[in-house]
Design a protein around this ligand. Structure first.
Ligand code: ADP
Length: 301
């Protein structure tokens, strides 16, 4: 809203002299400031007020959006906590029931040792059992809230250990591995948690490259923090799946539990970091575990 300074110079259609009341008042020099100057100052003040008002309005809009996003995140956390409690309960029940089944299976294997037909059926039952056991382990890991046990270790050793444990699968699927982690790069973190996170990411990479490809593991030193990127040459992640990727139980695999990435993300968060996901420009997906320096967490290094 801006005030206009209205000039009365040409207001008189009838050609009469301007009425005395309409005549501009001229202040004597050194006395009050002229009306035009007052109006100009008024205009400026109004303009500034309007700008402040607009700035405040946009700040209110930004804060409202931020609050809505925080509310949504809180609701999501509550939902996840409920899911976690339910998953933990089911996993413990299933685990308890699986213990005797495992014993009966080995008993049966001994009894059927000279019956090849029955043994091959038993092998299938055992494969199903192993898959079920892995899912239960995933669930238990997902629900286990443990504080990281900090220690300093060499990252290259840890990654090599993971690669060693999946060497047969890498070889069977002709996956070429490039390890770009300097031998002296160390991390201060919970070694077992980080090993599990790297293993989950490597297993996912293996899953998306059934007919071979490249697995590239790179570490970046970020001012005392660490970034560990696991990239593959698979099909990448469809854009529409990116926001839901780390949600528990989100899976596109027929027999997936959808817990792997959510476990990795929670491990990164337990260290004050996060899991970053992106599609590589040259194809494939890259998952990066970002760990801040320990000092940033307020812990002694
Ligand atoms: P799961 O492996 O049981 O499906 P995850 O949480 O590990 O559970 O993965 C969730 C989903 O993320 C997968 O089903 C898949 O769609 C997608 N995903 C994971 N890793 C990759 C990858 N390297 N490339 C493309 N998509 C992936």
């Amino acid at each position: 809203m801006q005030l206009r300074i209205h000039s009365h110079d040409n207001d008189n259609d009838n050609g009469d002299e301007p009425a005395a009341a309409d005549a501009p008042r001229v202040s004597p020099p050194g006395d009050e400031p002229p009306l035009a100057a007052i109006l100009e100052a008024w205009n400026e003040a109004t303009l500034r007020l309007q700008q402040t008002h607009e700035a405040l309005q946009s700040e209110v809009a930004r804060l409202t959006d931020e609050l809505a996003a925080k509310d949504k995140e809180l609701a999501r956390q509550n939902r996840l906590a409920d899911l976690g409690r339910m998953a933990s309960h089911v996993a413990h029940e299933v685990r308890n029931s699986l213990v005797p089944v495992n014993l009966y299976l080995s008993l049966l294997r001994r009894r059927l040792s000279d019956d090849p037909g029955s043994l091959s059926v038993l092998a299938k039952v055992e494969a199903g059992f192993t898959a079920l056991d892995a899912t239960v382990n995933d669930l238990l890991n997902f629900t286990a809230h443990r504080e990281p046990q900090w220690r300093t270790f060499l990252v290259q050793d840890l990654v090599e250990e993971v690669l060693q444990s999946v060497a047969p699968q890498l070889e069977a699927q002709s996956i070429e591995v490039t390890l770009d982690v300097p031998p002296h790069t160390s991390a201060t973190a919970d070694r077992e948690m980080l090993r599990r996170a790297v293993l989950n990411l490597v297993l996912n990479a293996i899953d998306v490259m059934p007919r071979g490809g490249d697995l590239v593991i790179t570490s970046y030193d970020r001012r005392g923090g660490l970034e560990l990127e696991i990239a593959d040459s698979g099909p990448g992640v469809p854009e529409e799946n990116l926001p839901r990727l780390v949600d528990p139980f989100f899976t596109t695999k027929p027999t997936g539990a959808g817990l792997g990435l959510s476990i990795v993300s929670r491990i990164a968060e337990a260290h004050g970091g996060r899991l970053a996901v992106m599609n590589c420009p040259e194809g494939g997906a890259a998952f990066t575990i970002e760990l801040p320096p320990r000092r940033a967490l307020g812990l002694a290094a």
